[in-house]
Design a protein around this ligand. Structure first.
Ligand code: GTP
Ligand code: MG
Length: 276
């Protein structure tokens, strides 16, 4: 495996040996990709924490104008396994991930673990997720969020609606959570899906990626992963806008339902093959 566990000492990660995979014929190479838009102080801490467990770690600064990219530049200057990519203007989470994916593809990476910049995701689980991806490089490894009391009830309930639709759209093929952003994706498959349509560039990325990859036959493997909501005092920051982003998600499910209807015979046939 190229790309490898960090050494639990920031900035001192070690790269493990390459592992050729029979399943894909390609060497499994993975990195951690963190899209960041105005993430405040948390993004630096998130990168340092992720780098304790993996290298390389790449950050896509999505047109941030809050100065949060400055400490990242310093980190990257001191450690070649940390890399900062920049978009000149804000383009949305999906567009930021896609920018990082294209660069990862150019550098020969087969898998990326995407995680949020805002300290909500469990960096300590990165090695486990990477191991699962390496064991089945054709699958996607999806975090199944385990919320604590810090999670706003409205958000927890709201995601059940999106999850229900995503499960219908994939004929209950195993997407436990459609929205959680802590995941390992096969790079080539996700880029193919994203290049085939002009959606998935903003907050509609996570759910649409899971559904479209499942349609493509990428098997979801779901793993429980804790998700924290940090308080304002802790620097907690969210760009989720209830009206704008719920409208975006509703439009997304509308077009995914259209895609679902077209694919229904294929999904039923696939289901029957699995049962038979
Ligand atoms: N919302 C948003 N996030 C972006 C954008 N570009 C990059 N991101 C990153 O995408 C990740 C998710 O953004 P959040 O606003 O926290 O969305 P979320 O985690 O689903 O929402 P919460 O559950 O409220 O935290 C963070 O790492 C952001 O920095 C963007 O244009 N909008
Ligand atoms: Mg968040």
């Amino acid at each position: 495996m190229t790309g490898g566990p960090g050494s639990a000492r920031p900035g001192a990660g070690v790269a493990a040996a390459s592992t050729p995979r029979a399943a894909t014929g390609r060497t499994f190479r993975s990195l951690v990709l963190i899209p960041s838009y105005n993430s405040g102080d948390l993004v630096r801490a998130t990168v340092v924490e992720a780098h304790r467990y993996w290298n390389p770690v790449w950050i896509v600064v999505d047109g941030s104008n809050d100065g949060s990219d400055q400490p990242l530049a310093a980190l990257a200057a001191s450690d070649p396994s940390i890399r900062v990519l920049r978009l000149p203007a804000n383009q949305g989470k999906g567009a930021a991930v896609m920018h990082g994916l294209a660069a990862a593809e150019r550098d020969g990476y087969t898998h990326v673990l995407v995680m949020d910049a805002d300290g909500q995701h469990p960096a300590a689980m990165i090695p486990q997720f990477m191991r699962l991806a390496e064991a089945d490089p054709t699958a996607m490894i999806l975090g199944r969020p385990v919320f604590d009391a810090s999670a706003p009830a409205l958000r927890v309930k709201g995601r059940r609606v999106s999850n229900w639709w995503a499960n219908l759209e994939t004929l209950w093929s195993g997407l436990d959570d459609s929205l959680f952003g802590f995941r390992v994706y096969p790079v080539a498959a996700l880029l193919a899906v994203m290049r085939s349509n002009r959606w998935m560039r903003r907050y509609d990325f996570d759910a649409e990626a899971a559904v479209r990859l499942a349609w493509r036959g990428v098997r979801p493997i779901s793993v429980d992963a804790p998700c924290r909501y940090l308080s304002r005092d802790e620097g907690g920051i969210s760009h989720f806008d209830y009206v704008r982003d719920n409208l975006l998600l509703s439009w997304m499910h509308l077009r995914l339902m259209a895609g679902f209807i077209v694919r229904l015979p294929m999904l039923i046939a696939r289901r029957l093959r699995r049962v038979g």
